[in-house]
Design a protein around this ligand. Structure first.
Ligand code: SF4
Length: 346
């Protein structure tokens, strides 16, 4: 009988997981670190290239494992230099990764899920519904397999999906990104963005030193519920309460993302309420322009309204920035490119 062996990807394994593998194969313990260094610090395409492993060790590994990095299937370049990569997943879906070069930093915006179940009304990824979680390997691959891998200075988990809904894989990815046997990035250069899931948030804050960004978008319970269904089960007040119990002043930052919607969340009343609910949290608010996307019937605030909102928040003593719009000519809004690819596939 011909039994086909399904090989397992090594890329995306933490050092602990690699130790379990080498132990199961009766290799010396130090082999785990050697494999990790090949996977995350060098550019190899096959196990045969791990030349400090014995020939027999490589043969044994080859029987059940493979490297498992995946090249993107499409790359779009914006006039402003922003790049958007499209990766295909095992189940015939697509995920997006954006590379945003700036003067002082080059930020990579990675996805953590295929689709998303949180159904925020302004989001194209939400419209796709939840398909599946990305593995740690699929998350880190978005850094490893792009042409600009070596130039990336910062990573934000603000692509497709809700990272805290896929906490286990996101934590593994963060371990690989920050460990000395991995990509050795400072946790201060990585930001995980969430709409706020309390239990997962607590675990994230305990287990990771990376920065936190919370998608706030409206300080009022009834209004936030209209655009973010999560507000019903996980009110932002409880999330803020948890954040107040952590010291963000030294090791990491907390910021709040605020997409500006015309006549919905851009009034003086919203400034006052934001100042009230964020009182006691040392943070930054990041105002984001909303650009129209197909099938979503909401308008973004005008630039003057955004500037006025920023000035009013600053008057309240809240550090507030306006995020520059990037890559508008290449479907940079999260979920647009993958939705197009799905539609074209039929
Ligand atoms: S905004 Fe984030 S959490 Fe909400 S549906 Fe989109 S991907 Fe999911």
């Amino acid at each position: 009988m011909d039994t086909k062996i399904e090989k397992i990807a090594l890329f995306g394994k933490t050092l602990t997981e690699l130790k379990e593998i080498v132990e199961s194969l009766n290799f010396p313990g130090f082999t785990a670190k050697q494999i990790a260094l090949w996977l995350y610090k060098k550019n190899i395409n096959s196990i045969d290239e791990m030349t400090n492993l014995s020939l027999s060790a490589r043969e044994i590994l080859n029987k059940n494992y493979f490297i498992g990095t995946i090249k993107p299937i499409d790359k779009k370049t914006s006039q402003d230099g922003t790049l958007k990569y499209l990766f295909a997943t095992d189940n015939g879906k697509f995920i997006e990764t954006a590379y945003i070069p700036e003067e002082n930093r080059n930020t990579l915006c990675v996805s953590s899920q295929v689709g998303c179940k949180m159904a925020c009304v302004f989001c194209m990824t939400g419209k796709q519904g939840f398909q599946n979680h990305l593995s740690a390997g699929e998350i880190v691959n978005q850094l490893k397999s792009i042409d600009e891998s070596e130039q990336v200075s910062n990573i934000v988990f603000m692509g497709m999906g809700e990272p805290l809904d896929n906490l286990e894989n996101v934590l593994k990815a963060l371990e690989i990104l920050t460990s000395n046997w991995g990509f050795e990035m400072s946790p201060k250069r990585i930001t995980v963005s969430t709409i706020g899931i309390l239990d997962a948030l607590k675990k994230f804050l305990q287990k990771s030193e990376c920065n936190l960004a919370v998608s706030l978008h409206n300080p009022f319970d009834d209004e936030r519920q209209k655009i973010m269904p999560i507000q019903k089960a996980q009110p932002i007040e409880r999330i803020l309460q948890e954040i107040k119990e952590w010291d963000f002043s030294r090791n990491r930052r907390v910021s709040f993302e605020y997409i500006m919607f015309k006549d919905f969340n851009d009034t003086k009343k919203h400034v006052n309420e934001l100042a009230k609910i964020l009182n006691g949290i040392k943070c930054k608010i990041n105002l984001i322009r909303f650009h129209p996307v197909p099938t979503i019937d909401i308008s973004g605030s005008a630039d003057e309204a955004i500037l006025e909102f920023q000035s009013q928040l600053r008057d309240k003593g809240i550090f507030t920035t306006i995020r520059a719009s990037r890559g508008l000519d290449i479907d940079a809004a999260c979920g647009l490119l993958s939705t197009k690819a799905l539609l074209e596939k039929g």
